[in-house]
Design a protein around this ligand. Structure first.
Ligand code: ATP
Ligand code: MG
Length: 758
C-alpha cells in the first residue's frame, strides 16, 4: 500500500526504511548522534497516518521537549500536507511525557481525588508546600531542608513509587525514618489543594492504570501506535507508563543513544534499553551508522572523546559530509574575554553569510549565560535564551501568574497566599496566621475560608477591609473573564490590584525592568487561545524562545540542546570544576564523570560544520576569582581533529620563558592554586595535567628571585592570589596600584602578583 515515492521515505537509507516500514511489533532503534533517528521516527509517524493504519488521535508520540514536539508536528504536517491536503482527523498525542500525562490526567482526575482543573505546581510551590509539611511534623526546616525532601520524593516518584509502595527502609532516606510519613502527608496536602507536582502527572496515571483496568484498556485500545524519542533518558515511571499503554499490541517504537544519556540525576535509567528487549520479546533492533549531520573532523573528535567511557554499548559511525574544519580549542584569559570572542566569531560568521539562527552557544551551567548576555547586548548581537524557567521565575511574573491562576481556579491556595498581601493590604503575618488557623478548623481551602470569614468579626477590621477588597476584585475579574480577552484581562488585573502602582512607586533600579517584564507577559499571553491554555503552557514550558522572526543566536544549556543541531556551535567554559562540574568530580566517581563526558559528546555532536571550545585561565565562581585548568575532555580529543589556539600567547609565553616552563599546548595559565573554595575547586586544582603540558603550580614559583627579571610597568596585566586578574595603574617601588576586574582599585605588594602580559 505504501508508495516508494512518498516524500518522507525519499532519501532514507535501508536501515531507516526498515524502521519506518515495519509498523507492527516492537522496534528499538539504537544509534549514535545525527544518524537520523528522529527523522526516521517522524517518517514512521507520517507512514502510519498516510497508510491509514491509525488516525492522528490514535497515535501517541513522546518527544523530549515541547520544542521538539512542535517541530515534529510541523514536519509531519508538511510531509502529509504535500501528499494529501486536509487528510487529518483529531490531533495526535504528541508532546513531552509531562504534557501528555497532564492531558490524560485532566480527563481522569476524579479517579485520584482531584478535580480536572487541578494546578500543576512548579518547583518553587512544591518546596514551599514541603516546608509546611516539614514544620507541621515538628521538624526543624534548617536541619531537614525542603529542597532535600523534594529531591528524595522526586526520586521515589521517578521510580513509580507511592508512599504505600515504599520499602520500610526507604523512610530513612529523610529525617531519620520520617521520610515515608512526610511523603504521604505531602500527597494529602496536594490533594486538599487540588494540585499535582510534575512527578504526580505520571504517578497518578500509573495508579489509575493499576486501579481502573477499564481506563487502561480504553487507552490501550485507542493508541494503536506508540513512538518515543530520546528513549535513553526515560525513567522507571515513564517506562512503566509506556509499557502499560503498549498493552499486548506492542506497537511501540523507541529511538535512543546510550552515549547521550544525560539525565540520570533526574532518574533516567539506561537500563530501560535492556529492559525493552526483555519486556518486548522479539523486538526488532535497528542500528543506524551513517551520520548525516556533522563533517568528519567533528564526528571523529566526538567519537574519540566518548571512547574514553567504559560503560557503553559501543557503535560505529561514519559520515559523508566531507572533512570540514578541525575543532577549534581556544585558550583565553577570562569569561568576559570568552564572551567577546564568541560574539566576534559569531559576527564574523554572520558577515560571511551564515545565519545567526544556525549558531548556538551551549553552556554547562546557567550562571555562564549572564556574561555572554551582557556582551551580546553591548554589541547588539541578537540572541535568545532557551531552557529553564528563567522568565517565568521572576518574582513579578510569578505574582502576576498567581492572580491569573486565582481567576482560573478560585481555590488555588498557594496562589492566594502569594498575593494576599502583595501589594500590601494590611494583611500581616498575624492576620495570615489566624486565617490559616481558621481554614484548618473549617477544613476548607484558604481562599474559600477567607470568603467565609470576611463576613465575620473573626478577623480584625483592618485585615477585613483589605481582604474584602481583594475578594471583591477577584470575583469581578472572574466574571469579566467570560467576556474580556485574556491578555487584556491581565492588564486590568495588574492595574486594578494596585500591582502596577506599587512598581511605579518603587524607586529601586529594578522596578522599571519589572514593569517591562509584565508588559512582556501580557504580550506572551496573546499567543494562546485562552487563559487556561496559557497557564497550562506556563506550567509545562521548557523553553522561552521569542517567536518573532529576526535571526538570533541561541544560548542554552548542553542538557537542553539534546536532539538539536546547528551549523556552528560554541562551547565555552571547558575547565576542570566547571566542565566536568566540581560536583561530578567530588561526588560521583566514574559514573558521574562518564555522564559529564556524554554531555560533552552531546555538545560536540550538535555541530554540523564548526565546533569551537573555549577554556579560560581565570573564572569567577560564586563571586571569587579562581585560576582554572583546561578540562580533561580537551585532552581526550584526538590531536588529529583539533586545532588549539591561545589568544593570550604573547604574554603567557614570555612569562613561561622566564620560568623555563614547557607547555607545548600553549594553553592559558594553568595555575593550580588552591583558593580555599570548597572541595570542588581543590579537586579541580589537582586534576591531571592538561594536554601534555605540566600544570604550573603557582605556589612552586620561585617568586621573588625571578621578579627582577620581569619589568612591571603601568598597563601590565597581572594576577593576584586574592584579588584575581587586573591591570597595573601605577608603580611605586615595590608597591603597585592595580585596577582589578573584580575587586576594584587596590594597592598590593609587587612580589605577590604574577605578570601575565607585560
Ligand atoms: P540526535 O542523536 O542528535 O538526536 P538523530 O539521530 O535524531 O540525532 P536527526 O536529527 O534525525 O538525527 O538527523 C540528523 C540530521 O541528518 C538532520 O538534519 C536530518 O534531516 C539529516 N538526515 C537524517 N537522515 C537523513 C538521510 N537519510 N538523508 C539525508 N539527511 C538525513
Ligand atoms: Mg534526535
Amino acid at each position: 500500500s505504501q508508495s516508494p515515492e512518498a516524500p518522507w521515505l525519499s532519501g532514507l537509507n535501508p536501515a531507516q526504511r526498515e524502521a519506518v516500514l515495519n509498523l507492527e511489533g516492537p522496534v528499538l532503534i539504537l544509534a549514535g548522534a545525527g544518524t537520523g533517528k528522529t527523522r526516521a521516527l517522524t517518517a514512521r509517524l507520517a507512514q502510519i497516518l498516510h497508510t491509514r493504519r491509525a488516525w492522528p488521535s490514535e497515535v501517541l508520540a513522546v518527544t523530549f521537549t515541547n520544542k521538539a514536539a512542535r517541530e515534529m508536528r510541523e514536519r509531519m504536517e508538511r510531509l502529509l500536507g504535500a501528499a494529501e491536503p486536509g487528510g487529518r482527523e483529531g490531533l495526535p498525542f504528541l508532546g513531552t511525557f509531562h504534557a501528555i500525562a497532564a492531558r490524560m490526567l485532566r480527563r481522569n482526575a476524579g479517579l485520584v481525588g482531584l478535580e480536572s482543573s487541578f494546578t500543576i505546581l512548579d518547583t518553587d510551590d512544591q518546596q514551599r508546600l514541603m516546608k509546611q509539611v516539614i514544620i507541621e511534623a515538628g521538624l526543624e526546616e534548617k536541619r531537614w531542608p525542603a529542597k532535600q525532601l523534594a529531591s528524595v520524593i522526586d526520586r521515589w516518584k521517578n521510580r513509580g513509587l507511592r508512599p504505600d509502595q515504599l520499602e520500610p527502609a526507604a523512610a530513612h532516606e529523610f529525617a531519620d525514618g520520617k521520610g515515608t510519613a512526610l511523603y504521604a502527608r505531602y500527597q494529602e496536602r496536594l490533594r486538599a489543594l487540588n494540585a499535582a507536582d510534575f512527578g504526580d502527572l505520571l504517578l497518578h496515571m500509573l495508579t489509575i492504570f493499576e486501579q481502573h483496568p477499564d481506563v487502561l484498556a480504553d487507552y490501550q485500545k485507542r493508541f494503536k501506535y506508540l513512538l518515543v524519542d530520546e528513549y535513553q533518558d526515560t525513567n522507571v515511571a515513564q517506562y512503566l507508563w509506556l509499557k502499560a499503554l503498549a498493552g499486548t499490541r506492542h506497537n511501540i517504537a523507541c529511538v535512543g543513544d546510550d552515549d547521550q544519556s544525560i539525565y540520570s540525576w533526574r532518574g533516567a535509567e539506561v537500563a530501560n534499553i535492556l529492559r525493552f528487549e526483555h519486556d518486548f520479546p522479539g523486538a526488532r533492533l535497528i542500528r543506524l551508522e551513517q551520520n548525516y549531520r556533522s563533517q568528519s573532523h567533528i564526528l571523529a573528535a566526538a567519537n574519540g572523546l566518548i571512547a574514553h567511557n567504559r560503560t557503553r554499548l559501543g557503535k560505529t559511525l561514519r559520515t559523508d559530509q566531507g572533512e570540514g574544519e578541525p575543532l577549534q580549542v581556544i585558550g583565553i584569559w577570562d569569561a568576559p574575554e570568552e564572551a567577546r570572542q564568541v560574539g566576534d566569531r559569531a559576527e564574523r560568521l554572520a558577515r560571511e553569510g551564515a545565519s545567526l539562527n544556525d549558531m548556538a552557544v551551549l553552556v554547562r551551567a546557567q550562571h555562564q549565560t549572564r556574561v555572554l548576555e551582557e556582551r551580546f547586548i553591548a554589541i547588539g548581537l541578537p540572541y535568545k535564551i532557551i531552557g529553564g524557567f528563567r522568565f517565568y521565575e521572576r518574582a513579578e511574573i510569578r505574582d502576576a501568574l498567581a492572580y491569573l491562576r486565582l481567576i482560573a481556579s478560585p481555590n488555588d491556595a498557594l496562589a492566594f497566599e502569594r498575593i494576599i498581601n502583595t501589594p500590601r493590604r494590611g494583611l500581616g503575618d498575624k492576620a495570615m496566621a489566624s486565617l490559616h488557623h481558621m481554614a484548618r478548623l473549617l477544613d476548607r481551602p484558604l481562599p474559600e475560608a477567607a470568603r467565609q470569614l470576611v463576613e465575620t468579626d473573626e478577623i480584625s477590621p483592618q485585615a477585613r477591609r483589605g481582604l474584602k477588597s481583594l475578594l471583591t476584585s477577584l470575583s469581578r475579574w472572574r466574571s469579566e473573564a467570560a467576556t474580556t480577552d485574556h491578555a487584556e484581562l491581565a492588564r486590568i488585573v495588574l492595574e486594578e490590584s494596585g500591582y502596577v502602582a506599587m512598581l511605579q512607586a518603587d524607586k529601586s533600579p529594578e522596578a522599571a525592568g519589572r514593569l517591562d517584564n509584565l508588559q512582556e507577559l501580557t504580550r506572551a499571553m496573546a499567543d494562546y487561545p485562552s487563559l487556561v491554555s496559557f497557564l497550562e503552557h506556563v506550567s509545562l514550558v521548557m523553553d522561552n524562545d521569542a517567536s518573532d522572526a529576526a535571526e538570533k543566536l541561541t544560548i542554552m544549556t548542553l542538557h537542553a540542546a539534546k536532539g538539536l543541531e546547528f551549523d556552528h556551535v560554541f562551547l565555552p567554559g571547558w575547565e576542570e570544576g566547571l566542565f566536568p562540574s566540581s560536583r561530578a568530580l567530588d561526588e560521583g566517581g566514574t559514573a558521574a564523570l562518564e555522564e559529564e563526558r556524554r554531555l560533552a559528546y552531546v555538545g560536540i555532536t550538535r555541530a554540523r560544520r564548526t565546533a569551537t571550545i573555549f577554556h579560560a585561565a581565570n573564572r569567577q565562581v560564586y563571586g571569587q576569582w579562581t585560576a582554572s585548568i583546561p578540562s580533561r575532555f580537551i585532552d581526550e580529543l584526538p590531536d588529529a581533529n583539533v586545532e588549539a589556539t591561545n589568544t593570550m600567547a604573547g604574554g603567557a609565553s614570555l612569562w613561561r620563558a622566564a620560568l623555563g616552563a614547557h607547555d607545548p599546548f600553549g594553553d592559558a595559565l594553568a595555575t593550580g592554586r588552591s583558593t580555599g573554595r570548597g572541595p570542588g575547586w581543590t579537586r579541580a586544582a589537582t586534576a591531571p595535567a592538561s594536554r601534555g603540558g605540566p600544570v604550573i603550580q603557582a605556589r612552586a614559583l620561585p617568586g621573588p628571585s625571578l621578579r627582577p627579571k620581569i619589568d612591571i610597568r603601568p598597563g601590565a596585566r597581572v594576577h593576584h592570589q586574592k584579588f584575581g586578574g587586573g591591570t597595573v595603574i601605577s608603580v611605586e617601588d615595590d608597591k603597585l596600584e592595580i585596577e582589578f576586574a573584580a575587586a576594584g582599585t587596590r594597592r598590593v605588594v609587587a612580589s605577590f602578583v604574577e605578570v601575565v602580559d607585560t
